[in-house]
Design a binder for this molecule. Structure first.
Ligand SMILES: [Zn+2]
Length: 68
């Protein structure tokens, strides 16, 4: 099973950027292999293994499948 935390700081909170609008972000927490979005939003983008995600606490970013 893939690790679910940031390889730099260990945070489990990340965010995705909206592909249509880089100022629109969607925060989520990784727990037990799935993502739980922190705010109820009408249209959360699909989170896939090759989604580009950003750590909420440090400068790490990369693909979900590269975590850990
Ligand atoms: Zn981090």
């Amino acid at each position: 099973m893939a690790k679910e935390k940031c390889p730099i700081c260990g945070s489990q909170v990340f965010y995705l950027k909206d592909p249509e609008d880089e100022y629109e972000i969607y925060e989520f927490e990784l727990k037990e292999g799935s993502a739980r979005f922190l705010e109820e939003q009408d249209e959360c983008p699909p989170l896939q293994q090759d989604s580009h995600i950003y750590c909420n606490r440090c400068i790490w970013h990369g693909k979900l499948q590269n975590l850990g």
